[in-house]
Design a protein around this ligand. Sequence first.
Ligand code: BG6
Length: 479
Amino acid sequence: IPVDPFDLVIFGGTGDLARRKILPALFRRFCAGQMEEGTRIIGAARSQMDDVEYRAFVAEALLEFNSGHSGCEPGTIKRFQKTLSYVTLDARGEEGWDALAAKMHPGRVRAFYFSVGPSLFSDLAQRLHQYGMADHDARIVVEKPFGRDLATAQALNRSLAEHFDESQIYRIDHYLGKETVQNLMALRFGNMLFEPLWNSRYVDHIQITVAETVGVGGRGEYYDRAGAMRDMVQNHLMQLLCLIAMEPPAKFDPDAVRDEKLKVIRALGEVGRDDLVRGQYLADHEKPGYLEHVENPDSITESFIAMKLNVINWRWAGTPFYLRTGKRLSDRASEIAVVFKEAPHNIFTEDTGRHRNILTIRLQPNEGIDLDVTIKEPGPGGMRLVDVPLDMTFSEALGPDADDAADAYERLIMDVVRGNQTLFMRGDEVEAAWAWTDPIIASWEARGDKPIPYATGSFGPEDALALLHRSGRKWREIR
Ligand code: BG6
């Protein structure tokens, strides 16, 4: 469905995120016919450039980062370029702001994408106000990292709140834009089958894995100050955990959903020293290790983290959640596994195996959902049991279009334009997540804990396996 023409300003319009994600996402929505004639996309950054140069710059980025996506004719780039313009602008000075204000169309939705470091958020908000662009039609989009602890997140929230209402602030967590992540809500709240079993009576434990094969090369400076806890757990994994653990909201509306997520974060227990494993990847014969990547031989920042945690409420008491994420692991695989308890009594005495139903929600690659069910092993061998997956790979089950599923950024940016905040983090959610994260980081810092080295291409440090083995459980294979 096309949306009314809008004005979108990308602060940091020549930066990496704009080139890789924001502009290709906008281009694909343009190709899909979702942008009405007259929509304006305005790049704003410090570099000296004019409109013609910016259009060429964007075309280059599209050629580099949009390959593999079908549906865009070669000539479409030319038409898309007509929507683009550029303003040289100094976030902390006065240069460019009048020119930017002159480009705005009164009465239209206008969105300002802060694709810059958080140290500029407050300056940008203040300038938008000063130059009369922060009226009620304005929306701002901010990227992570949203602070590095509770105090900095609170300060950011305060500085944005000086000029914008919470309903105008869109804090992006791109995991919430992933197709399967939204499907998680459809699965839980659109079916009768799962919700009655979705509690500690029937669920033994839950695993959330986000494994990456990439290292931190190129982003070493940022990453070494963050580490996996701040970079991934406080936001992406936390959001996944919330969607799994939350109570059904009364309706699918932004505040109803976010209220329920917030309650989950507030119910998280402390994580004890024995329930946490941090790791750092080593070099292999081809690629440098973490320490070389961040150019800091003494770094004790983690590129891998695994933990056991508890959601202390009526529904989940006694069902642990295991989280792990890391770089340079054996495969790129992100999934959530809901591991159900074993049947209370085995009537098949010929079978001595352990069987349990596992519902796996695969985020990437190969998006889909599968449910391991126990059936009789085929053949004349008697009543032996075997677990087989009922597999719903979206691209197979729903046809080729599912493969083409809009990239998370496409969906999220269009939600900004439509004014739908459901898939964006509210200020109090972000603060609650930091309030839980801060003491965990503070305690390992106080102890001076060092991460455990692990081999590139492995599953992370052995100790992470022990986290589950201790209670007779095991991680699912990363494949
Ligand atoms: C980003 C992190 O938010 O998410 C990166 O900063 C990480 O370190 C990335 O690589 C992972 O996103 P995706 O969509 O590739 O799983």
